[in-house]
Design a protein around this ligand. Structure first.
Ligand code: PMP
Length: 373
């Protein structure tokens, strides 16, 4: 078997032991006591104990890893993070109210666009607090002075990590009594967070915590209880919460793989260990950019640099193509920047081994030496 160094932006690398466990049990799923069940987890009912245990264990592991307090529910939903762009205002933006959105990248913009449609349907409003877009690009997180929130807003929405442009909030804004909501699709479980400071957090699993197909929502029980009831049940956080995310058939296989991934993340030594590893891995690449600023150019302001998605450019597009081609020959794959941004992007999510990042850093040294004339 040969596995490449996978720097995909998502779906992305998963821990090998998790994949191997999934593989070993694919046709005969074993319960905790090691007993075979004679069928795959793909074939189990979502209403029977073998699957129910997987479901609950995935929730428990997530709660433990992120120290999610009892004040907050954990929901497993479908439709990806993009569905949450709509579900968040559908549930939590009440008629006559306004919500504040901070725009720091393409996904933040997408969240605002979707909320604008929903707000119009619901007799509510949305407001862009600030956008850091400049000449069609985003290179920074706003400063404190730029963040003047509406004290009567229903909530403030931010995108904690901007996957395409490679920026990340290093600390979160103080929104006073207004609940803070965050799209953490590309950095959930990579850093310690104080969940009690957030009204709601959501994340598509396919970057840091599992495969595509399941979206995690962590939401304050108070907000759930006061959520709108005049929307379809399948979209209601209340209904999902009341039914422990088993209102309808959940994406059982995705949740199973997520559970196995969370087992591996937990083994690394908790969230502090994951955070330290993310710092270590991203520093290895940023050090290369800083050592050769004339060759590797990081477009993101230093204070806003992402520890998940390291974006950089080379002196010419031709050199970028050459870099990507030679990287691939060295089994370093998934490094092409997003089609709307170009350049190179190394996604260093939780399951990307340190050894893969070392291989990339060393390739960057060799490539720069050979091509910097
Ligand atoms: N938000 C962020 C920050 C993302 O990175 C992405 C996907 N790259 C999305 C939202 C959209 O996620 P999905 O494809 O799960 O809808």
């Amino acid at each position: 078997m040969s596995r490449v160094h996978n720097f995909n932006a998502g779906p992305a690398a998963l821990p090998l032991p998790a994949l191997e466990r999934v593989q070993a049990q694919l046709v005969d799923f074993r319960t905790e006591d090691g007993q075979g069940t004679g069928m795959s987890i793909l074939e189990h009912s979502h209403r029977e104990p073998p699957y129910e245990k997987v479901h609950r264990e995935a929730m428990r592991l997530l709660r433990e890893l992120l120290s999610v307090p009892d004040t907050h529910d954990i929901l497993f939903m479908q439709g990806g993070a993009r569905a949450q762009f709509a579900f968040v205002p559908m549930n939590l933006l009440h008629a006559g109210k306004s919500a504040d959105y901070v725009v720091t990248g393409t996904w933040a913009k997408g969240a605002l666009e979707e909320a604008t449609i929903v707000a119009t349907m619901q007799g509510a409003r949305v407001r862009q607090v600030v956008s850091t877009e400049k000449d069609g690009r985003f290179a920074r997180i706003p400063t404190k002075d730029e963040l003047s929130f509406d004290p009567n807003a229903g909530y403030v929405h931010i995108t904690s990590n901007n996957t395409l442009f490679g920026s990340q909030w290093s600390s979160y804004p103080d929104t006073g009594s207004v609940p803070l909501f965050a799209d953490m699709t590309s950095d959930l479980c990579s850093r310690k967070i104080d969940v009690s400071k957030f009204g709601l957090i959501y994340a598509g699993a396919q970057k840091n915590i599992g495969p595509a197909g399941v979206t995690v929502v962590i939401v304050s029980k108070d907000l759930v209880a006061n959520g709108r009831k005049d929307i379809p049940q399948i979209f209601q956080y209340r209904v999902m919460s009341k039914n422990e995310s088993l209102f309808n058939t959940p994406p059982t296989f995705s949740i199973h793989v997520m559970k196995e991934t969370l087992v591996e993340l937990s083994k690394k030594g908790g969230i502090e260990a994951l955070e330290a590893e993310a710092s270590k891995k991203s520093s290895m690449i940023y050090d290369r950019l800083d050592a050769r600023p004339d060759f590797y150019r990081g477009p993101v302001e230093k204070a806003s640099r992402s520890k998940m998605n390291v974006v950089f450019r080379l002196p010419t597009e031709e050199l970028e193509k050459k870099f990507l081609k030679e990287a691939e020959q060295k089994q370093l794959v998934g490094l092409k920047g997003h089609r709307s941004v170009g350049g190179v992007r190394a996604s260093l999510y939780t399951a990307v081994p340190v050894a893969s990042v070392e291989a990339l850093a060393s390739f960057m040294d060799t490539f720069a030496t050979a091509n910097d004339h």
